[in-house]
Each structure stands twice: as structure tokens, then as C-alpha cells.
Design a protein around this ligand. Sequence first.
Ligand code: NAD
Ligand code: DAU
Length: 355
Amino acid sequence: MILVTGGAGFIGANFVLDWLAQSDEPVLNLDKLTYAGNRENLASLEGDARHLFVHGDIGDSALVADLLARHQPRAVINFAAESHVDRSIHGPEAFIQTNVVGTLRLLEAVRAYWGGLNADAQSAFRFLHVSTDEVYGSLAPSDPAFTEDHVFEPNSPYSASKAASDHLVRAWHHTYGLPVLTTNCSNNYGPYHFPEKLIPLMIVNALAGKPLPIYGDGQQVRDWLYVKDHCSAIRRVLEAGRVGETYNVGGWNEKPNLDIVHTVCGLLDELRPRADGQSYSGQITYVKDRPGHDRRYAIDARKLERELGWKPAETFDTGIRKTVEWYLANPEWVAHVQSGAYRDWVQTQYTGAAA
Ligand code: NAD
Ligand code: DAU
């Protein structure tokens, strides 16, 4: 069995679904079900004995200790986090609580459990921490992409909290010998992406006839990876990664935000044309920039490619088409996640722009 934390969120749910599509090894899924956690993402696993869902917090030491003792997982994969940069600017506290304190408590519970395993189980055990390229800070246009040796220069409360958690994971290996692995991935997109993030927000706003809010000049660059490729990278690192190492994950897909939004609009124009025959790109609206907005991220994934033979299966063109098609095919999912709490967030963040 493996323990997955945050497995009802965007990447965690994709990971659990992909894992159980390829393996009969059961998944214990611990998720706090914050606004971002959604059991509907896992609806296809209803009644599947290989999936055991537990509603709870990674910071609840007693709960985690009990789950570890009872289920004896051979690995923990930590997705649980507060993940939205804009929310971290409005309210950093929750990010410190889950991403830093929660990771600390999880590490401590796992260390106690791991310490009690027999020698074989101890050496086979892995704690895989899922992190982000944002810990490395922001790149100038001509800078080389981030390697694993890049200094940590986090700029937002979110990235600072993730950087802190990465440091804790590293220290638990060096000080206590816990067999850890860390992955630092670029921007994901795909099914079940909560529509507070750029790509799903643009799809749902476009279809609702709302403005498409571009922060600043829209020339910030992100490096996009289809979520299932991130999941395959995590599986590969779990299987063959060298203990104590970090692996950057990315698909060499750097694109300015404005290009992304035009691509999404173009696909919607093709697949669900507006009634008036105009392009959805007419809904693009420039709004005030994100404070401290990182200009460019780019991931150098050569270590993962070279050492573990990983490669993404999707290009940006194939992945973004699948993504837009998924949102068009799943209007109920979109309607359900656009709850009162979601509307409050949109109001807070986009007053006068997109709300
Ligand atoms: P998400 O916000 O969609 O999901 C996070 C999940 O964690 C939710 O299900 C939430 O309920 C759960 N959670 C939050 N606090 C918890 C707690 N205290 N205890 C247990 N569960 C808790 O996030 P995501 O986009 O799926 O990201 C997953 C992980 O991947 C995060 O660690 C994030 O930093 C990292 N990451 C994300 C991206 C990206 O582009 N989305 C890229 C690289 C790395
Ligand atoms: O790089 C990995 C990170 O990618 C993950 O660690 C984070 O969890 C994930 O949220 C994501 O962070 P970003 O801040 O890059 O993603 P977001 O979708 O919020 O924004 C992408 C870009 O689009 C960013 O430059 C801000 C811009 N943007 C975003 C929104 C929501 C807009 O222009 N308008 C918007 O309304």
C-alpha cells in the first residue's frame, strides 16, 4: 500500500486515478478536503476496494501515526498543500500551517513509523515530497532554465512555504536518514484543475461570457506540463529515484500567458463557437498585476530524463486540446466546484474585472 496525501486535489486525484489504472497496489488517500479538495474527482473509484479515503489533516499527528501503524504503507507521497499563489498573497497563514507545519508533523509521524520498521522495510521505504519550480524564484528572459542546483529564491508566501517544506524534507534525510525524494515540477494543466488557476479559469470564464483577466502585460512565462506527465514522472522517481535526491520535472514548454489564453480561445472557437460568431479572445481584459509577480519559470528536466529515462507523453498542443475537451465534456463538475466559496474568492480577487 502507498499513502497519498492531498489525493482529492488536482494533481493528487490524477495521480491516484492513474496509479490504480496501472497497479493493484492499494492507495490510502488522506485529504483535508479544503475548498480545493473534491471527492467528485475520485467518483470513478466508488466501491473500489483498492482505494481507501480518509478525511483528515497531515498536521494531525495522532491520526497520521494511527494510519501508518494500521496500514503499513511502503511509501508516502505528499501532495497535500495550499497551492494558489494569489490566495497566499491574501492570506499567507494557511500556507505556513499546511505547507510548513503540516509537512513537519507528517515528517515526524513518518520518521517514528519508519524507525519501527524492520531493516528490509526501512531500506525499501520512500517519502516522496511533491514540490514546485517556484522555490527557485524568477528567471530573466535569457537565463538558463532551473536545474536542481539553482539557489532557492522564493518570492511569494506560497513559494516561500514550499521552499521551507523542501528544506525540512532535505534535513530529515540528512539528519535522521529518512529515505526521501523530492520533485520540483513546473505548471501543470489538465482534468480536475480548479478554476482559480489560469487555464481552467479562462475556459470557464470564456464559456460563461465573462472577462478573461490577464495580469499586467500577460508576457509572464510559465513552463506547462500535462498533469498525467507529472504523474508518470512521480511514479518513475518513486520507483527508481536515488534517495536524498531532487528531480526537476518539466516538458520544455515555455509560453507567455497571453499565448496560452489565445490558444484556449482558439480551441473554444473551434469546439464550441460563440453564438455571435466572434472569437472568445474578444473577452480578454487586462487587470492589475499580481504583487511580486514572477516573470519567468523554466525547468531543466535533463536529470530526470538522463538518469531515469522519463519523457512526457503529451506535447502542449495535444495536452491543451484534451484539457479543453475535458472541460467541455464535464459541465457538471465545473458547476459543482463553482460553489459559494468559489464565488467569494472570484469576488475578492477580481472585483471590477472578472466577477
Ligand atoms: P490543489 O490545491 O488542487 O490540491 C491540494 C489538495 O491538498 C486538496 O485536495 C486539499 O484538500 C488537500 N489539502 C490541503 N491542506 C491539507 C492538509 N492540511 N491535510 C491534508 N490535505 C490537505 O493542489 P495541486 O495543484 O493538486 O498541487 C498538489 C501539490 O503539487 C502541491 O504540493 C503543490 O505545491 C504541488 N505542485 C503543483 C503544481 C501545479 O501546477 N498545480 C506544480 C508543481 C507542484
Ligand atoms: O510553477 C508551478 C506552480 O504553478 C505551482 O506550484 C502552483 O501551485 C500553481 O498554482 C502554479 O502557479 P502560478 O502562479 O504560475 O499559476 P496560476 O495558474 O495562478 O497563474 C499562471 C500565470 O497566469 C501567472 O503568471 C499568473 C497569470 N494569471 C493567473 C490568473 C489566475 C493571470 O494572468 N490571470 C489570472 O486570472
